[in-house]
Design a protein around this ligand. Sequence first.
Ligand code: PMP
Length: 398
Amino acid sequence: ASIFSAIAMAPRDPILGITEAFNADTNPGKINLGVGVYYDDNGKVPLLECVRKAEALLAEQLAPRTYLPIEGLAAYDKAVQELVFGADSPIIQEKRAVTVQAIGGTGALKIGADFLERFAPGAQVYISDPSWENHRALFEGAGFTVDNYTYYDPATRGVNFAGMMASLHAMPRGSVVVLHACCHNPTGADLTADQWGDVIKAVTEGGLIPFLDMAYQGFGAGIAQDGAVVSRFAAAGGPLLVSNSFSKSFSLYGERVGALSVVAASAEEAARVLSQLKRVVRTNYSSPQIHGGKVVATVLTTPELRALWEQELEGMRVRIREMRNEFVEKLKEKAPGKDFEFVREQVGMFSYSGLTKEQVEHLRKEHSIYAVDTGRICVAALNSKNIDRVIDAIAKVL
Ligand code: PMP
């Protein structure tokens, strides 16, 4: 028999499974709200103008495709640090932060997880309940035991903050706590600035290792506002890991551009951390890809392109807000007595809509509208052409 004869079929990725079912649906009016991608008002994944211009500049340079250094493009890593920690951050001046270019946000989390597994072995890892569906598998795959901390409260459709604080206080010292820096996926429910203050205090006093995952910087309140939590954590003085992704904010999903930044206690300690991060990268895939890193670095460091990016990102953020407002207003008309006001308060691309598994199934079977079983919908997949159909269908299944 083949050495693979006893291998069991691995479970399908639940989100990608929705897309497969969507693709197989022959109804021309089908709508996929199960995705984690920003679409423009024409239902297209945008190619940002700033990216197009940077690519035109790069194409003219006819640069050879050499290997990048293990830690990635220097200009990229520097630009990421300034974006994530703030350009005038004392952490950067003191050289306490090190950054490695990564294969998307997922790659950044994986480098961080492998690094922690070596230097904080046996630590307990905590993720929010619920969280991005890959967090658990990724940290378990790196060798950790993963538990949840209390986060979402379906009754209030917001954060169970007292529960979250109780979870933080109960974690053993040295535990790793994975936090969504902004635009919580999947719920859309974020902490307030005051609540973050309490979380930072509990994490610092409890001797926990914070791992901030920032996949949606700029989709909440703004680039600086969304990133503020990172500099607040950095200022608290303890160790810190930050994964960030440009998949959404640059609409560069397939280029796989992200980064991992680690804040250490001193420049000397940071240098040793960097040497170990490089070892993780070297033994996994050697070095990151060149194109996406160059595009992002060019945009971030060229003033006109940077201004254009900020404007385009604002455009995406504003369009999502408008869709949230329309969703609430239109449902108020079509489904009087049902309160969807909370959708307006949620932040980022996603909404825990409150739709039940059965309602999601009805949407799919009777209306060819696809959402996640948990009721998560991608607000960024709504547009002026499909929203009325979505609202009519939701009103029918409620
Ligand atoms: N973290 C969160 C919370 C995410 O939602 C995502 C992407 N959907 C990622 C990380 C991974 O980002 P990337 O696609 O850049 O790997």
